[in-house]
Design a protein around this ligand. Structure first.
Ligand code: FCB
Length: 441
């Protein structure tokens, strides 16, 4: 596979002054609080088992403190997202106060020498969006472009790393195919159209960002899962693993590398498309990695296979029952790198209230990164803070910092130290690292 931007004269990424990013990630809805959007409406209608997000962990007001916490944990970068519903509460009406607040966050990050990494779409929409310009319509692309223009206008060239879309495929699967999240559709044709428009929105957003800041790096954050056969010798389970790996993990890599995608969702949906400007619209491929699923064919449910989390390696389960599958990150990074773009781990983390597993988890994932042979240019831990988890509310604790939601007080978990140490190692000059490993001085 080849892609367009590598040969261009502007080396957008990795940044020469910061060859490796080390940070924590958050998303607007999960931490800010008080956001009126399609997701809060979904909660009001009782459609999520996660309960109400409400004030979340009040990062809308406590952003300065949160930035300082990231810095104190040894980060040199911070990934956050922008709330479209705050910025454009009514179609075409932009809220300058909201934009100014994000500009202040960026100022604060820069003052702390944290590289701001801004995500434009992280699952939620303004209340009007699905009525006025759903992702199944071409209008969605125009609307997203206008939103992008407003945000980029406000944050200007102070942000060098932009991620227009977080997990476009997961969003389409959950929102348009499986009806679990807004807009709650279960329709293959709609899913195919929505995916097409999301990729178009990515490409247009990239062009808008580069108009303002030609040096900016554009990324995508793609969720990758490891898959294993429930019955290792059963050919149907193995076939299912191959097919699922292709459609869930590889198809998006291929889409960005070649501008084409073609994959099937069970039982009978085909997502197929072509967008020639897609390869040129990307500089960095981001991988969100959490766990591994064991697949069994045939499934009893609507989808062809059943899946379970199993503690196959004995590393244990996270609080929300996900297998810790660190070694599986290595082959997935190699898959991601086949697209030809520099690779960054844009999310990786676990729910661990007792903080027993988080330190070793970070170390093992760093070992997998090293073992992958891929030159990974950044790592973002999910998450800086305990936050609102989409389908599970405030139950799972993903934070390096725990948050007491009665007082909103933040307290460092012991694993912050493991995070800091791993970061020192990861961001050390790669040349120095090579010398150390080879014993040369
Ligand atoms: C990712 C999402 C993020 C968070 C983690 C646990 O897929 O991008 O918002 O919910 O899962």
């Amino acid at each position: 596979m080849t892609h367009g931007s590598q040969g261009s004269s502007v080396a957008r990424f990795p940044f020469p002054d910061r060859p490796r990013l080390w940070g924590a990630a958050v998303s607007h809805y999960q931490v800010e609080g008080g956001d009126e959007c399609d997701w809060s409406d979904w909660e009001r209608r009782g459609l999520t088992r996660g309960g109400a997000c409400g004030a979340a962990v009040d990062s809308w007001s406590r952003y300065e403190e949160d930035a300082a916490l990231a810095r104190a944990a040894g980060a040199n970068a911070f990934r956050f997202s922008i709330s479209w519903s705050r910025v454009e509460p009514f179609p075409g009406v932009f809220d300058d106060h909201a934009l100014a607040r994000y500009a202040r966050l960026v100022d604060r990050l820069l003052a702390l020498d944290l590289e701001p990494v801004a995500t434009l779409f992280h699952y939620t929409h303004p209340l009007w969006f699905h009525r006025v310009s759903p992702w199944t319509s071409t209008d969605s692309v125009k609307r997203f472009s206008r939103f992008t223009r407003a945000v980029v206008g406000a944050l200007g060239d102070r942000v060098r790393f932009w991620i227009p879309l977080n997990e476009p495929l997961v969003f389409v699967l959950a929102g348009y195919y499986d009806g679990q999240i807004p807009p709650g559709l279960s329709d293959g044709r709609s899913a195919a159209r929505a995916f097409d428009h999301l990729l178009a929105a990515h490409a247009e957003a990239a062009a808008i960002i580069r108009e303002v800041n030609p040096q900016a790096a554009i990324g995508v954050a793609h969720n990758m899962m490891a898959f294993a056969p429930e019955r290792p010798r059963h050919w149907l389970d193995r076939l299912l693993v191959r097919a699922t790996h292709h459609c869930y993990n590889r198809a998006t890599v291929e889409a960005f590398a070649t501008g084409r995608w073609d994959f099937r969702l069970p039982p009978a949906t085909r997502l197929r498309g072509r967008r020639d400007d897609l390869p040129q619209s990307l500089d960095v491929f981001g991988v969100n990695f959490y766990s591994r699923l064991h697949l069994r064919c045939p499934g009893r449910a609507r989808l062809v296979g059943d899946f379970t989390y199993r503690d196959a390696s004995g590393r244990g389960f996270t609080d929300n029952g996900w297998e810790i599958a660190a070694p599986s990150l290595a082959p997935l990074l190699r898959d991601a790198s086949r697209g030809g773009f520099p690779v960054v781990v844009t999310e990786n983390g676990l729910a661990d209230t007792a903080d027993r597993l988080r330190g070793p988890f970070i170390e093992e994932h760093m070992a997998a990164i090293a073992a992958s042979g891929v030159d990974v240019h950044g790592y973002f831990h999910w998450s800086l803070l305990d936050n609102y988890e989409w389908l599970d509310g405030f139950g799972p604790k993903f934070g390096l910092y725990e948050v007491d939601r009665a007082t909103m007080e933040r307290r460092a978990r012991p694993s912050v130290e493991a995070f800091r140490r791993a970061g020192e190692q990861f961001t050390r000059n790669p040349l120095e690292n090579a010398r150390r490993l080879t014993g040369c001085t």
